[in-house]
Design a protein around this ligand. Sequence first.
Ligand code: ADP
Ligand code: MG
Length: 686
Amino acid sequence: MRPDILNPLFAEISLFKGIGPALARPLERLGLRRAVDVAFHLPVSWVDRHLTGELDMADAGRVIGIELTPVDYKASGSARAPFRVHAVDRYGNHVALVYFGKNSGWPRKLLPLNEPKFISGKLEAYGDTLQIVHPDVLPPEEAHTLPARESVYGLSEGLTNNRMRDLVGQALGRAPDLPEWIEPSLLARKDWPTWREALGRVHADPADAVARARLAYDEIFAGQLALMLVRQSSRRRRGVRIEGDGRLRAMLKLPFAPTGAQRRAIGEIEGDMAQATPMLRLLQGDVGSGKTLVALMALLNAVEAGKQGAMLAPTEILARQHYETLRKMASGLAVEIAILTGRDKGKAREATLMGLADGSIDILVGTHAIFQEAVQYKALGLAVIDEQHRFGVAQRMMLANKASQAPHLLVMTATPIPRTLTLTYYGEMDVSRLDEMPPGRQPIQTLVMAASRLDEVVDALARHVEGGGQAYWVCPLVEESETSDQAAAEMRAESLRARFGARVGLVHGRMKGPDKDAAMEAFAANRTQILVATTVIEVGVDVPNSSLIIIEGADRFGLAQLHQLRGRVGRGDKPSTCLLLRGNALGETSRARLALMRETNDGFRIAEADLELRGAGEVLGTRQSGEAALKLATPEHVAALVDSARDDAHLLIERDGGLDSVRGQAARTCLYLFEKDAAVGLLRGG
Ligand code: ADP
Ligand code: MG
């Protein structure tokens, strides 16, 4: 349970002063629901108040502080025009203080005529006149109480910066002194203030890098600690030692020799599986680096030892594809491979469940369905999760708890993640990297074209198809809703069918499973030559004959995502082309991003750049999975602080695995503050 000391922070902001229904929506849009949300809504920039005695000396566009005397009121003619208070500086220069809204009583009361006031706000030129909209007003003798630096917050329509500052003030008023969780020597070395002081300092002065770093550290530390608790709880469970005798693997007939990287990863996995503590390993490898073979070797290792293996894919399409691939690779071996997805119902499903329970099925491939309650394994020894970035820590935890004996866990991701992000999001796992591509890959040429040249693109597509090739046509992300993605894809398919007829297939995320599979199968079997798709084809789909991919609205995708999409081609024996269609008015960042895509095919480089340009959520694809991104720490903070946070969390757990000591208790508070409740829950009984 969350400690009482945090309760004021987790109170709803509807309890704040001055929060009416009109503010509810704008606040909700910003995700501000509780005091803690507001407290962590850190300023994005600041303005320095220019203190002056004379309007003539002030620049329009700047926030100024000045003593003014109201001399006249100008009530609005129409209901929508603002109420104006005319004021003068001590040299008689004029400025209008502008109030929107019908009620003129309030400005009249605030600014009685001929009484000097200290006024602060943004000076604007409006036609020939100067004006300040909704200024701060103080008695002149209190002018010094106004900070010289004003924080600027991220806002949504209906919220003003002043309003936000007021809410932040109320949230800070609720912030308690918290026990210190940071290791004392680190705290001293960094000269960091206490948590509460740091929070106050950052809101008062967004340029306060020291205080800012402390808050970032807290968040990173909570994340690291939570992952360590996951690791600790998983490794405390008894696993099964698995050492296959190699008889199945020896019979595999592969048309190629494994790369050095594949051999290394397989060795690391075998080493882990031979231990009684369950494996927690992340296999990172760019698109096409050959993760499937590594997974198969691990699965066969389990089967040889009389255990079962399960392989989890994020989508139906991928599950089916893995199923086919594994069966093909393992054909001729005495291994029973089955598939289970949410679509399998009735008799077939019953048969699969029976086979799993009695052990006649050795390897199960499927979607989430394979870890549901009803699915009982006779002896699950290994779980492989493909395309991890769609799953969060919570799902990993659920998985680890599925069997009475903890299965070994291998997580595979095709998103090459920069090291600091790997630590941040997969810090509980050991890492194997496939940093070597299988030989003989055909190059992919990447071109960027304006979408206005669509006709040329379609002509090029026609030539490609006439020449016996196949192509993907990926439709842009329209907003963030699947429905509109679907509409875009359907429209594109329709317009292409006008020219290419039945050669055009369509697949999108909202299609029914069987229809989706049928469309994929038709394309894989070359019955259709053009596959119009939304990003459902993003991960893993493998049709080697397809050597052209056209990506519409390329500037709207994350770089890592573009890289994934591009990885759909370049799989066969022909050189491939990736056409990135961009909008006509591109910003500088978009331009730079697309240029990078043209320049390199190195997934790790692209991921680093994506991290810099768009942030962690984009690289990880966490927006889709809903896993919370970091709120306080920037990528720079993560890069600078994750190692010490990790060491610190590690040391703490090593000394005090139950978090019972005084510092351990403080660390619990930190975990709750960042809503790692589930991780604290792992301590119980542990
Ligand atoms: P990933 O899942 O990592 O994107 P895959 O496992 O689908 O990659 O492998 C991509 C392609 O490379 C497959 O067609 C596979 O058969 C092939 N492949 C895998 N390992 C090798 C290797 N060592 N040498 C040559 N081809 C390989
Ligand atoms: Mg794959």
